[in-house]
Design a protein around this ligand. Structure first.
Ligand code: AMP
Length: 282
């Protein structure tokens, strides 16, 4: 496994691979790897000759009052885990490499970035889109693997790839969960024992809503109310939003039909958690 901090070195490795007609799978992350990240890496490894993992805690996707400085950085353990998965290359750029002095350019994906999580995290998705555009330009992978856990990010990055004509395919991987249903996240570490116990209420509430939909309920307001009530009754989580949207374009739905995302974001203290489930109705 090669760990590289320079663009020249990573590009030299990848052009060597391309010359040998080896396909390149790419998994962008902020590190502190868990089973969710590993599932993406395994998929990328399975489908490609070369698997590149990037680890970069991207400052531009954090708001001024968010957790950039305290975000977990676990390089040693990440390297061990990546080695175990037979990852070929870790690209580990510095902040200065990604945003050198004089850096001015951003990539903004209009509309999709201002709704849902974007309302509560202004600038977040512009930071994400910018750094991913840079990584795609640097690495030029065949396929990029993303987790459905960050559903809005998936829609936005698919848009980015399509709108800017990147020659990379996007593959979405299912959400990996703890045994009680909580979606795995590097931020789960921030939760106290009591908060951690409560946090699985997000997934349980989404499942409850899915059951209702399967029993024929189609009124989106009723479905959202059910989720909100369940979270409020069973936990101290403060809800940012509960939404039912079209899974392709994030437009709010009044009636549950087609490809639907039920999405939720809630806070326990300073810790903000998100979750979603996708439902397809014929
Ligand atoms: P992050 O390091 O949080 O930026 O995540 C890097 C990638 O891993 C993103 O594509 C996430 O959607 C994905 N990811 C994070 N948590 C999970 C999870 N529990 N299951 C599947 N994918 C995940």
């Amino acid at each position: 496994m090669i760990i590289t901090t320079t663009i020249t070195q990573v590009q030299a490795q990848l052009s060597l691979a391309r010359k040998k007609n080896k396909t390149i799978g790419f998994v962008p992350t902020m590190g502190a790897l868990h089973e969710g990240h590993l599932s993406l890496l395994r998929r990328a490894k399975k489908e490609n000759k070369i698997c590149v993992l990037s680890i970069f805690v991207n400052p531009t996707q954090f708001g001024p009052t968010e957790d950039f400085t305290k975000y977990p950085r676990e390089k040693k353990n990440d390297v061990l885990l990546a080695k175990k998965e037979n990852i070929d290359i870790i690209f580990y750029p510095s902040e200065k490499l990604m945003y050198p002095p004089g850096y001015l350019t951003t990539v903004e994906i209009k509309n999709l970035s201002d709704v849902l999580c974007g309302r509560f995290r202004p600038g977040h998705f512009t930071g994400v889109a910018t750094v991913v555009a840079k990584l795609l330009n640097i690495l030029r992978p065949d396929t990029m693997y993303l987790g459905q856990k960050d559903a809005q990010q998936c829609v936005i990055l698919k848009r980015l790839v399509q709108d800017l004509n990147f020659a990379t395919k996007v593959f979405l991987c299912p959400t990996i969960r703890e045994p009680d249903g909580l979606a795995m996240s590097s931020r789960n570490k921030y939760l106290s024992i009591a908060e951690r116990k409560e946090a699985s209420v997000l997934y349980r509430s989404l499942c409850l809503a899915r059951d209702e939909i399967q029993h024929g309920i189609r009124n989106a307001t009723r479905i959202r109310y059910l989720i909100e009530q369940n979270i409020r009754t069973l936990s101290h989580g403060k809800i940012d939003y509960v939404a039912s949207v079209d899974a392709e374009n994030l437009m709010p739905l009044n009636e549950i039909k087609g490809n639907v995302l039920l999405m939720v974001a809630a806070r326990w203290g300073q810790t903000r958690l998100i979750d979603n489930i996708r439902i397809t109705l014929k």
